[in-house]
Write a protein that binds this ligand. Structure first.
Ligand SMILES: C[S@@+](CC[C@H](N)C(=O)[O-])C[C@H]1O[C@@H](n2cnc3c(N)ncnc32)[C@H](O)[C@@H]1O
Length: 198
């Protein structure tokens, strides 16, 4: 686990949460992904947990873009962040809410898109396709918070989608906010104002 010592009770709760998360993913894999393509692939929860522990501070708000079964948002809540998740697949949102209840977590989840209303991805090369990122009603209104109200934002983009996440933060993110990106092969990287932190 991380070099930072957590209370043993919290360590146990987080370990049980990760285990429950992998059980949910295995079930989803068999029941959904074996039948049709779906963008949900679970992150490396250990690596994300380490990044969350390293950045935690009292009163920080956290948002997960595409929160799926909710494991990461719930981890953030258990670590003391005020934590929220937005997920396009409403059935995954139900799963996340049930998991939060099971772990006595205050993490909140809404069904919708993490793309703010009216956002358009316009890269320099002109190819504004969104890849696996789906379209739907923006989730911020129901959340009651705008993107610039979050201190830490987490996203797990598929290959080629990371630049859009940086653009979203540049256009709508808070000035001092951090973007935590789970790369497909580089582990978790943290950016502030577009620059990678150590
Ligand atoms: C690669 S998975 C990551 C899941 C989870 N964040 C994790 O790291 O374990 C991406 C998730 O984003 C969701 N998603 C795709 N487009 C979205 C959108 N526009 N708004 C909200 N969620 C979206 C997918 O349904 C999927 O659950």
């Amino acid at each position: 686990m991380s070099a930072v010592m957590l209370a043993p009770e919290l360590e146990d709760r987080l370990a049980a949460l990760r285990e429950a998360g992998w059980e949910l993913f295995d079930k989803f894999d068999h029941e959904v992904r074996d039948r049709r393509w779906h963008p949900f692939v679970a992150a490396n929860y250990e690596s994300v947990l380490e990044a969350l522990i390293a950045r935690r501070a009292p009163g920080l708000t956290f948002l997960e873009w595409g929160s799926a079964t909710g494991v990461i948002t719930i981890m953030a809540d258990l670590l003391g962040y005020e934590a929220y998740g937005i997920e396009l697949d409403a059935s995954l949102v139900e799963t996340a809410r049930a998991l939060a209840e099971r772990f006595d977590s205050k993490a909140r989840f809404v069904a919708g898109s993490f793309l703010p209303e009216g956002y358009e991805w316009k890269p320099r090369d002109g190819d504004g396709r969104l890849g696996t990122i789906g379209q739907g009603r923006s989730g911020y209104l129901e959340l009651g918070k705008a993107l610039d109200e979050f201190d830490v934002v987490f996203g797990y983009p598929w290959a080629g989608e990371e630049a859009m996440m940086h653009d979203l933060m540049r256009c709508y993110g808070g000035r001092d906010a951090r973007l935590m990106v789970h790369g497909t092969d580089r582990g978790v990287e943290v950016y502030r104002d577009g620059k990678k932190e150590d």
